[in-house]
Design a protein around this ligand. Structure first.
Ligand code: PGA
Length: 249
């Protein structure tokens, strides 16, 4: 029986005031449960607000959307893994497609970030996914496999590391074009078998989430697929009302 992971990626939405309003509304209606984990990735300025609000709930974790790989130093505007942890993060999102495609993040940088998270004893969620052009060119499997292998290449003791994967086809993010449960499952199966080659049976314990235009209407159908262990949700996670439905899917 899988334990689903429902993750909200607020992107650049919900500053501290809105985050507090969201958490008050969400917590008032979302009963504590042992059958699933909720992760909320607010913008960094709202991290402490979310972490504090959820502090009495073991089933709700706060995460950070991005980190720098160094522990500290002259990196204006950046946040390190130990700092994120100090501010209440339990999980780090690494290699989200907007980081890769808008900010030019490479597989090598993702690898350093996964390593930094792991060293700081933070869980990390590595995102992989293809563009429409890559999909049409038949490159999806090769690409996500490379993103997986390279992204995990620097993590010390990968077998014991606390991490998750998110398959997010770039063409499905924020577009309203959701991958079908079957299409997503096919790639999840590829990722799982690649992971088995890397870390053996431990691979079966690593949650693989799907993300890309998940909403309150399609969440339950996607989550019903045995290969889909959770959902990473952007636009539909920003408002507490729709997130409440998705988190209970
Ligand atoms: P979306 O974003 O749900 O708005 O498509 C998903 C994501 O980018 O994580």
């Amino acid at each position: 029986m899988k334990r689903p992971v429902l993750a909200a990626n607020w992107k650049m939405n919900n500053g501290p005031t809105a985050a507090k309003t969201f958490m008050d509304a969400f917590l008032a209606s979302y009963p504590p449960g042992n059958d699933r984990t909720v992760i909320i990735f607010p913008p960094a300025v709202s991290l402490t607000t979310v972490a504090t609000a959820a502090s009495s709930r073991a089933d709700i974790l706060a995460g950070i959307q991005n980190i720098h790989w160094a522990e500290k130093g002259a990196f204006t505007g950046e946040i390190s893994a130990p700092m994120a942890k100090d501010a209440g993060a339990a999980v780090v999102l690494v290699g989200h497609s907007e980081r890769r495609h808008v900010f030019g993040e490479t597989d090598a940088q993702c690898a350093q970030k996964c390593c930094a998270a792991s060293k700081a004893k933070l869980a990390f969620m590595l995102c992989v996914g293809e563009t429409m052009q890559q999909r049409e060119a038949g490159e999806t499997e090769r690409l996500v496999t490379r993103q997986l292998r390279e992204g995990l290449s620097e993590t010390p003791n990968l077998i014991a590391a606390d991490f998750m994967l998110a398959y997010e086809p770039v063409w499905a993010i924020g577009t309203g074009l959701t991958a079908s449960a079957g299409d997503a499952s096919a790639i999840h199966t590829v990722l799982r078998s690649e992971l088995r080659e890397m870390i053996g049976t431990r691979a079966d314990e690593i949650p693989i989430l799907y993300g890309g235009s998940v909403n309150a209407t399609n969440a339950a159908g996607l989550l019903a697929a045995p290969e889909i262990d959770g959902l990473l949700v952007g636009g539909a996670s920003v408002e507490a009302s729709s997130w409440l439905i998705i988190a209970q899917s």
